[in-house]
Design a protein around this ligand. Sequence first.
Ligand code: AMP
Ligand code: MG
Length: 775
Amino acid sequence: MVLAGGQGSRMGGQDKGLLVFNGRPLIEHLLEALQPQTDALLINANRNHARYQTYGYPVISDAQNTAGNAYLGPLAGIAAALQAATTPYILTVPCDAPHIAPDMAVRLWQALQRDGAELAVAHDGERLQPIHALIPVTLLPSLQAFLAGGDRKTDLWYSQHRVAQADFSDCREMFRNINTPEQQQALAQTLPPLPLRVLGVSAWSGSGKTTLLAALIPHLKQAGLRLTVIKHGHHHIELDTPGKDTYRFREAGADQVLLASRKRMAMMQECKTQREPELADVLRFINPDCADLVLVEGFKHTAIPKIEVHRPSLGKPLLFPDDPTVIALASDDLSLAVPAHIAKFDLNQPQALAAFIVGWLQQKKTPAATHLPKHLSMTEARTRILNRVQPLTAALKLPLRDALGQVLAEAVISPHNVPNYTNSAMDGYALRGVDLPTDTPREYRVIGKAFAGGAFAGECGAGECVRIMTGAAMPAGTDTVVMQEQVTAGADGCVRIATGQQARQNVRLAGEDIAQGSSVLPAGRRITPADLGVLASLGINEVSVTRPLRVAFFSTGNELRSLGETLEAGQVYDSNRYTLYGLLKQLNVDIFDMGVVRDDPATLEATLLQASDIADVVLTSGGVSVGEADHIKGILAKLGQIHFWKIAIKPGRPLAFGTVGKAQFFGLPGNPVAVMVTFLQFVQPALLKMAGATANEPLLLDAVCLSSLKKQPGRTEFQRGFVRQEGGRLVVDKTGYQGSGALSSMSRGNGFIILPEERGNVQPGDVVQVQLFGW
Ligand code: AMP
Ligand code: MG
């Protein structure tokens, strides 16, 4: 939001937003700088509305105080913007400071996240700059109350909240504003006419920035560009050599020395301040006739788009993870993984990088340079969700059968040995291992029989054996069983056993499966059919499990009809409640289906409150994007602590996550496939964690893709496929049309084909990762 509502008192009452600066009204400079960083723009103005409206953005007047129309200062404009905002946060800037850092929003956001603060405010190195701020719409009631109390000081209101300071000391030009006609003149003179296209080269020393620049320049010249190169030197300037006339003039006290010849010109200017020059100090010298592109070496911390040079052999960390201004990476190691918004080049192929730069210059905006995490990556979103939900602590005892699919609240310790007694693993003959034949077959007298559940009471001596069945206790004196198939009949009452038998074979020792006192199943285990058997084998008929989660859900949308109703034109049956029911049923949670709710704010709010009252988790589908009937956002900003995320996945980009009352809330998208994808990727892991279950990483398998798949780099895609075995390998076919509403693509498939963010189209024969649904 650009604050242009001031009275311009020191400008003779002029509307500052409309003051012409470098040939254009100030407001245009700001809108241009903010547009790439934001989802929506607002102009706060108290006069000249028609003029401001020509920019095509909403123009809003200050919130008025009850006493009348007295100008309340910027907070009144901020209050109006918080009320009008369609996004969860507003970024505020004054209209009279035309130079906004391209990463202003992202830096404020990072500071806010870093400090876990409510809002973030820019700091210029000396003081807070309160009008350069990032403020959540949830603070509207607080601001309204503050203004109603008659206060108007920004700092005082901020002091009621947790404020993060974002360091902008490296771009102080952002805070140079115009209050008087003299300042207007001064600023216009000191700053270069816009737009200059500036591109930095950034690296640890020794990485070869200069070499790369020198190699790039001929290619860029060949493309017809006029180039300016700025280099940040640390101390003396090479031009400044004792004995030269220029040196003598400078030494004698000239403020500036210019050397001009038929071939070229050079200039030296004394720096009057002791600080290192900022890029803005240098840019003012640039002659636009030589500058289709300004290449900058050094000024690493200035917020300009940059190319990072990286040589892994130097052992230095990559810069781009902490520097959102990096748009390309030039490295001698092409195996480095980079996010989708960063282009990667071979350091030794400058022509490819030069072609990229030429293309970048041709774009109207500098989109990648201002890359704001408008989209969260999938893993980032999952991590944030999992970090915020906590396991339930309440446990209850359930009869064994009912515990299937529930999560053990405590480890099960074995009260017995399993098996409980040493017994035979085979039908055959039990005897003493030391008594087995060594070099020739031998006969043994059969002295009795042992059955499972019918032990042999006597003792077995040398030259004797006992006929034994599987599971029968080993008779006293025996430790070995010879299979009946390996025994032949001998003299009357005897059997004959050949050589080649091993002592102690075919015997199951007491406790060899589970020893008494050992942990059989850990806490956090979701009980499987095998576990039921294991627990039964220990005689355990009741276990302590985490109490089942209570999950409430409803669908939103005026077009939705429930089953049993008749469909009219423009209506659809609600399918999301059925897929959600199925998905939740498999997790053994207690399900509260709250039906379809119309896109009506009052009903939605009431239903949400009711759901959050009865459930641990509330899920909704639909209404979380930015259409006119999408109310969930607004209501939740009021009711709870909510984050609206655009996640870099397809399908399923919008997702709301947070809390309503004491319940966790997930606002899923409306499209049926997107519902299933976001549930499986985000909600299910969170529900399992809340239920106390130990996390299992999703199992991803490699498969050869038989279909060709369309995919644009930038988002993780979950296409649907059918995975099967063919010729000793896994193969996968896509299941037809992949629209985010085409639920048949899910029902025909048995797994997701997961295509990572950076991946492009898939050709038949390419290997892809698949994740089986497992139902
Ligand atoms: P929304 O996110 O509310 O804009 O919905 C996106 C799309 O999903 C629209 O085409 C809706 O009609 C559809 N949709 C939303 N909810 C459901 C539902 N419960 N069942 C089937 N389709 C739905
Ligand atoms: Mg809808």
